[in-house]
Design a protein around this ligand. Structure first.
Ligand code: DX5
Ligand code: ZN
Length: 214
């Protein structure tokens, strides 16, 4: 599996160095959590910060939008250096228009589902997607416990893609550690986001490798 360390758990006073630290430690992507205080009860970073830290690595930027109106900000995140943009099916922008906008800028598009949202909500869009992100915690905060009961959704999405001959990545986000990564791997997960599990680990490279090899 690929590992995308979530910057939500890094030292925000030196975000550039933190990115270099996980890059050197073997991270595959960098996961950036954007929150607007409406879609989730927390505020984090926006395009200005993403743009400022973009030069610190060549790794792909996996930008997870937890905002009510993603469509209004796709241009800004594209300009900031996003390689992959994922947004929630539960958000208020038109889903098709938002996918079209992301792809028109040559960025990879992904849909995200919260724990209470069924896997089937992404099925109408699978042909157009690079990735589906299945949340394994309620979005908003790092450091929560992994919800193993989300994994059947991962398997269902992978099976639906296989049935249609599609190669869509499935990512999970929330509560991933070495232990939970192995159950995620069995369910068919391709990419694990990990905030606390990577940034608070005593040995960053070992934590990343443990998830990759789980
Ligand atoms: C939660 C974010 C996650 C979060 C994961 O809303 O989407 O990316 O940072 O953090 P951990 O790995 O600590 O659960
Ligand atoms: Zn995230």
């Amino acid at each position: 599996m690929k590992v995308a360390p979530s910057l939500l758990s890094c030292d925000f006073s030196k975000m550039g160095e933190e990115i270099q630290r996980v890059d050197r430690a073997g991270a595959d992507w960098i996961h950036l959590d954007v929150m607007d205080g409406h879609f989730v009860p927390n505020l984090t970073i926006g395009p200005a910060i993403i743009s400022a830290v973009r030069p610190y690595t060549k790794l792909p930027f996996d930008v997870h939008l937890m905002i009510d109106y993603p469509l209004d900000y796709i241009d800004a995140f594209a300009k900031a250096g996003a390689d992959i943009i994922t947004f929630h099916v539960e958000a208020k922008s038109d889903i098709q228009a938002t996918i079209d906008k992301i792809k028109s800028l040559n960025i990879k598009a992904g849909l995200v589902i919260k724990p209470n949202t069924p896997a089937e909500t992404v099925y109408p869009y699978l042909e157009q997607l690079y990735m589906v992100l299945v949340m394994t915690v309620e979005p908003g905060f790092g450091g929560q416990s992994f919800m193993a009961d989300m994994l059947p959704k991962v398997t269902a999405i992978k099976e639906e893609c296989a049935k249609r001959g599609l190669d869509v990545l499935v990512e999970v986000d929330g509560g991933i550690s070495e232990k939970t990564a192995s159950t995620a791997s069995k369910a068919g997960v391709d990419v694990c986001v990990s905030g606390t599990g990577v940034f608070k680990a005593a040995d960053t490279a070992a934590a990343i490798a443990a998830i990759q090899n789980a």
